[in-house]
Write a protein that binds this ligand. Structure first.
Ligand SMILES: Nc1ncnc2c1ncn2[C@@H]1O[C@H](COP(=O)(O)OP(=O)(O)OP(=O)(O)O)[C@@H](O)[C@H]1O
Ligand SMILES: [Mg+2]
Length: 248
């Protein structure tokens, strides 16, 4: 199956924005792109009275996926803003990971490319001792790691890539989010260089902060243009397509 699993060095680093940008950019190139947020916590009750995940709503807007697909895009949505394993236990909910991966396969059969957003970082517990790394392995897509550009990011990114590899996963690239080109100095530039040198993973984008984009507000304006300008979409597309025959 062809696509990308978007993870990060931590929660709130920009997985949803980067995943949305990749989806919007590829869609703008005329490609059929599906999205998924397999598990979400911190869900909010929407206007229709349903518990909704902001990440799923944002990703669907970015990719132009219709609202009717939401149960497959986001099969598990929990109210407590806790890691899903704990949010589920607190809510008295049992998470069936087989049902989550089945939803992925149904979606993947409908779209040429899939962009799947993880939860937190690679070792976040999803259900009991089943971690994000286990889900990434079950889904079988290469990883894109979203990282911060600032101090501490070399350590977080190297640990994330090393852990993913030890779990048998392929890391295709790193994207530095909230990159400020005008202000980037020796710290930010050396971070990017060190990440490439220590991980042997290419930095496939430096995405700036955009006032027009907001996950909580569901604002995706300009994402496709940002993806074209600041991400190496050609390389990202190649990675996604390159996975097509690896696993079905
Ligand atoms: N490039 C950007 N431009 C504008 N806002 C951004 C950008 N990147 C992140 N944000 C904002 O920062 C917050 C965190 O980003 P995001 O939701 O993408 O992180 P995440 O890694 O997906 O978090 P989670 O672990 O909760 O899923 C959001 O409110 C989002 O709107
Ligand atoms: Mg997110």
């Amino acid at each position: 199956m062809a696509g990308l699993f978007v993870t990060a060095t931590d929660t709130e680093v920009g997985k949803t924005v980067v995943a949305g940008a990749v989806a919007a950019g590829l869609r703008a190139r005329g490609l059929s792109v599906g999205v998924m947020k397999p598990l979400a916590s911190g869900g909010v009750v929407d206007a229709a009275g349903y518990l909704a995940a902001e990440d799923a709503v944002f990703l669907m807007r970015a990719a132009g996926v219709p609202e009717i697909e939401r149960p497959l895009v986001n099969p598990v949505c929990l109210a407590p803003a806790l890691t899903p394993a704990v949010a589920a236990a607190e809510s008295g909910v049992t998470i069936e990971m087989a049902a989550v991966t089945a939803a992925y396969r149904r979606l993947a059969a409908r779209y040429r490319l899939m962009v799947v957003e993880g939860v937190g970082g690679m070792a976040a517990p999803l259900w009991e001792d089943y971690l994000v790394a286990d889900l990434a392995g079950a889904i079988g897509l290469p990883l894109l790691v979203v990282a911060r550009p600032n101090l501490g990011t070399i350590n977080h990114t190297v640990l994330t890539v090393d852990y993913a590899r030890r779990r048998g996963l392929t890391v295709a690239g790193v994207v530095l989010n909230c990159w400020d080109e005008a202000r980037a100095g020796v710290l930010e530039r050396s971070n990017a260089a060190y990440i490439e040198r220590l991980t042997a993973v290419p930095v496939l984008g430096r995405l700036p902060r955009s006032a027009a984009v907001s996950v909580p507000a569901g604002r995706t304006e300009g994402l496709a243009a940002m993806a074209e300008k600041y991400l190496d979409l050609d390389a990202i597309f190649k990675v996604m397509e390159g996975n097509r025959h690896e696993r079905c």
